[in-house]
Design a protein around this ligand. Structure first.
Ligand code: SAM
Length: 248
């Protein structure tokens, strides 16, 4: 009897291990063989810091906001926020059916009506109407994803990236965090205003140049003719000729 039980337990764990291995291979292939981040859940301090940063963006909102997690996994970032902020709408975007289904089940069990899990590729979906965008993507994905977000997000949108920087967006701040005791960072971005800033800078530089240089130029111009004797002579000559003309 005891040996039979051990055999059943071994069979169960063996079967589970095979399923897990098959899933790992599927997940690796699904994620472009290393091009995109596979399903790894946020956890520990960095997860709490990500949630805290999103919370800061949400708590003072004057109207209902839309929050997404690009590659949401099983929704560990979105679910606690959806519970805390029933007035806002949460959209988890994920292309892997396994974590996506886990997220859907968790949301249902928690009775949450303000969160939905959508199957899709975040590189192909539009994020134009999102107010807060969270992500935990690989460094290599940060470049194309940043470019896409920079071109389409709202001016007011906040982008919060866990561990890996995104390209093309304007950095607002970096938050020091940690994962299993190892120092890590959270990157906060907004839509780039670089062009506007450059123009503004150029304009202000031009103004200050004008402010600084004009008096000098004026001085030089004013001083030069006075200092040079021939000019004075010319001026005298001119006035003489004028008075001569008047006299005539
Ligand atoms: C590192 S996990 C992060 C999961 C979740 N955001 C979290 O913090 O727990 C990255 C997730 O993104 C998904 N993913 C990767 N590339 C994707 C893509 N192009 N479109 C949608 N999901 C993607 C993966 O399947 C994986 O579940």
């Amino acid at each position: 009897m005891f040996m039979q039980l051990i055999a059943w337990v071994a069979l169960f764990f063996g079967f589970a291990a095979i399923i897990y291995l098959i899933y790992q291979v599927y997940s690796y292939v699904r994620c472009g063989c290393g091009k995109y981040g596979p399903f790894v859940s946020s956890y520990g301090k960095i997860k709490m810091d990500m949630i805290a940063e999103a919370r800061a963006a949400l708590k003072n909102a004057k109207k209902p906001m839309k929050i997404t997690d690009l590659g949401c996994g099983s929704g560990v970032l979105l679910l606690p926020l959806a519970q805390e902020f029933p007035e806002h709408e949460f959209i988890g975007l994920e292309w892997d059916i396994v974590p996506l289904t886990m997220g859907k089940i968790k949301a249902k069990l928690a009775g949450l009506k303000n969160i939905k899990f959508v199957k899709g590729n975040y590189m192909k979906e539009s994020h134009a109407d999102m107010d807060v965008i969270m992500c935990y993507v690989l460094k290599v994905t940060g470049e194309p994803l940043g470019k896409k977000l920079a071109s389409e997000i709202k001016d007011t949108a906040v982008v919060i990236s866990e561990m890996f920087p995104l390209g093309h967006l304007e950095e607002v701040k970096q938050i020091k965090s940690s994962l299993a005791g190892v120092p890590e960072k959270i990157f906060v971005y907004k839509k780039p205003t670089a062009k506007i800033k450059t123009t503004a800078k150029t304009a202000s530089t031009k103004k200050s140049v004008a402010k600084k240089e004009t008096p000098k130029t004026v001085k030089k111009k004013a001083v030069k003719p006075v200092a040079k004797a021939p000019v004075r002579t010319t001026a005298k000559k001119v006035s003489t000729s004028k008075s001569q003309k008047k006299g005539a």
